[in-house]
Write a new protein. Sequence first.
Length: 694
Amino acid sequence: MTYPADVVTAVAADPLWQRLRLVEDRVRHAVAARRAVDPDPDDPYRGQYLSPEAVERILNEPGGLGVPGYEPPPPPPDSVLGSLAARFGLSPLDIDLLLIALAPDLDARFERLYGYLNDDLTRRRPTVALALELCGLASASAARFRFAPGAPLVAGGLLEVTEPDRPPLSRVLVVPDRVSGHLLGGTAPDARLAGVLGESTDDPTADADEVRRAALAARSGTGSVYLLDRGGDAPGLAAAALRTAGLDTLVLDAAALARRPGEVRALARVAALEARLTGAGVVLGPLEALPAPPAERTRALSELCTALRGIPLFTHGREGWDPTWAPDTPVVLPVAPPSPERQAARWRHALALTDTDGSVPGGTDVDALARSVAAHRLDGGQLRRAADAALRSAALAGRPVCPDDLRFAVRAQNGAGLARLARRVEPAVGWDDLVLPEPTHRRLRELAVRARHREQVLGQWRMRPGGGRGRGVIALFAGESGTGKTMSAEVVAADLGMDLYVVDLSTVVDKYVGETEKNLERIFTEASAVNAVLLFDEADAIFGKRSEVKDAHDRHANIESAYLLQRMESFDGIAVLTTNLRANLDEAFTRRLDVVAEFPVPDAAQRLALWDRCLGARLPRADDLDLGFCAERFELAGGSIRACAVTAAYLAAESGGPLAMRQLVTAVVQEYRKLGRLVLESEFGPYLADVVGA
């Protein structure tokens, strides 16, 4: 054969092509041997029938192509063949068998030659028998086991033995396209992994000791490590550990695998081949995203771990490792949440990634930005996506990133799971909108401080050790209806840059035994994974006191309360309970509360401020409007004052003029009647005559 000039140059430099030239020489020898005994090599119908002469020759000759045996040398360690041999445990003979099967993919003339040697022009790839004969092993039956299912070539996925219905020696050898591409320098992953591979990004702020420990664990034993995620960046730590070990990273998205349950075994084999070809370790997770039924999750993980055995494998998740998930138990390493300093460094790195010079855009104060979202718990992927979204929002506005950009971007990382179980409220109020006594204000500020610094106090300083206690913050807002409890929860959420989720008790309480607990568990689980404030309005409906057991109903009610006591203890999120009757709450719940804020009925000065705030600056006011009289005479809570202001605004809109005192008093009368209160002349004074019949 005559190769093109560029191929000749490659042959002279690349051990792959040099080794393939040896295969060509052996094919030449085999073709010459066949032609020497072939009575009619130019017969156009050869391979479709056997002449009497050919039958006689087959019966009388010993068979084989007469290719002499030889000891193939090992490929150079630094070549692509040398790397392949090291990663898959291939012998020099395996390398030759692989190249014999690969030859038709590199040079189409091998197809016709193999068809001639197979004595069947329709079989244009090497069979097991032909491959062995070209290596001078036609009579070595032991060599056939190089194509057994457990042999390195086949078990590693480098070679496929097709047509299993044929006798073993007649089966055809095929090299997968990904292997051919890799040997020729291709770097694109196997197309069958499309949609399953995730993005690999290591954590630049990972603790050096943690990285070193994870890298050592990946090199030892089975090479399987389970990262128990306690709020850190488990995938980023895994990627950093693999980089330290001198390996690339192949990320498998567990959620994508869960969407293709029938293909897990095949995809696992393809992923194992890809990892070995590229010299990569595998990162798989989060395991909670795999199919939820225990049997399905166990089967999927067992298939994945079996296929990836021998490859450094990092799995990660928030649940403890179940020994039934895989044949081998991995090394379990906890991944703690980052300290405030490390979190600020993560933000600094994520925001700087978008600038080509590595600087933070616009001289942004990253420490201030990090403090603005300090209450949020974000993994590495969420943090990077939030940083990118904040930068793009600021770029569209033509200014540097501000805390509001970052808060909005962080809130956008929340999934929709909790929205299906509770009503989402995007905060639209701030501290200036509250009219509350100073002690209540201090309790609300304390709640925000606890939420913002809980990782440092409860995580780093371990101020709540043992007992399975979570890192959540729980507050109770107690006071009469309309005193501002729900609005205060919204203000706290706004200060933390979070959404407020109001739990609808109608979707929680169920008449069937055990269903209420299941509904609450779903809410708590979703809330722990979402950066939001969870509001249980009228909480005494489900957090009531336990009672003496007199019948089955009492027993189940007490079981429900006991479950809530335990679940609130282990909750990792931020929850606010509101009640009109604090005395109805179980004392055990009170012990578990971090902040208790009392919301009294406002006094006259506070009512005056409430009237002014609720009417706002846009509503035109008549000269006779006397808010001081309303504040002094009408003992209303803030919610009722807001309702009166809205009713009065409608009356003013209907009249076409500014808001007058008569309309405001009419709205108060309507509110009194709605509340079932008497309308007394001593309260309304001279204005009562204007609203008779209201």
